[in-house]
Design a protein around this ligand. Structure first.
Ligand code: 5GP
Length: 176
C-alpha cells in the first residue's frame, strides 16, 4: 500500500470484476450499435481502459477536458480540450471517475445533446449519491460510496495518486 494511504476502500480486483459486469450490461444494451466512449480527462483514463478491455461493442475513444466553477450555478462549464470527433448522429457513452454534485456531468451531457448526439449515456466508476446537488443520474455505476474524499484509479489530490490501482482514503497529514 502507498505510504500516504490510510485505508483501501475498493481493491483492484473488485474494480476489474465490476468493470467486467458493467461491460456485459453495456454490450447487451448497445447490441449491434457503434459507440463513442467519451472520457473526461484526466480522472477517467484508468477506468475507461479497464472497462473497454471487456467490451465486445464496436467502440471508439475520444476525450474531453472540462472544468466547472464552484458555486450553485449549473452553467459554468469551461471546455479546456474538446472532442476530436463530430458526434452528431452517434451514440455517446460518457465515462467518468466519480459522480458527486452532478454539475460536471450535467453540463457535459447537455452540451453533447445540444450537438445532436443520437444518444448520451453515462457510466461512472463511483457514485457519491449524498453529494448530489444537480439532478443527474448515471445510467451505469460501479460502486456507491459515502461522502468521503477518495483518491486512486484516476482520482487525484493536487494531481497526485492517480496511478494507484485501488480507491483509497488519504492519511490526514497529507491534506495539510
Ligand atoms: P461533480 O461535478 O459531480 O461535483 O464532481 C465531479 C468531479 O469532482 C470529479 O470528476 C472529480 O474530479 C471531483 N471529485 C468529486 N469527489 C471527489 C473525490 O472524492 N475525490 C477526488 N479526488 N475528486 C473528486
Amino acid at each position: 500500500m502507498h505510504k500516504d494511504v490510510k485505508e483501501i476502500f475498493i481493491t483492484e480486483d473488485e474494480i476489474v470484476a465490476k468493470s467486467k459486469e458493467l461491460a456485459l450490461q453495456i454490450d447487451k444494451d448497445y447490441e449491434g450499435k457503434s459507440v463513442v466512449l467519451v472520457g473526461l480527462l484526466k480522472g477517467s483514463i484508468p477506468f475507461m481502459a479497464e472497462l473497454a478491455k471487456h467490451l465486445q461493442t464496436d467502440v471508439t475513444f475520444d476525450y474531453m477536458n472540462v472544468s466547472s466553477y464552484d458555486g450553485t450555478e449549473s452553467k459554468t462549464l469551461v471546455v479546456k480540450q474538446d472532442l476530436q470527433e463530430e458526434i452528431a448522429g452517434k451514440h455517446i457513452l460518457i465515462v467518468e471517475d466519480i459522480l458527486d454534485t452532478g454539475k460536471t456531468l450535467k453540463n457535459v451531457k447537455d452540451m453533447l445533446v445540444a450537438r445532436h448526439a443520437l444518444s448520451v449515456k453515462i457510466v461512472t466508476l463511483l457514485d457519491k449519491e449524498e453529494g448530489r446537488v444537480f439532478d443527474m443520474k448515471a445510467d451505469y455505476y460501479g460502486f456507491k460510496i459515502p461522502n468521503a474524499f477518495v483518491i486512486g484509479y484516476g482520482l487525484d489530490f493536487n494531481e497526485r495518486y492517480r496511478q494507484l490501482p485501488y480507491i483509497g482514503i488519504l492519511k490526514e497529514e497529507c491534506y495539510k
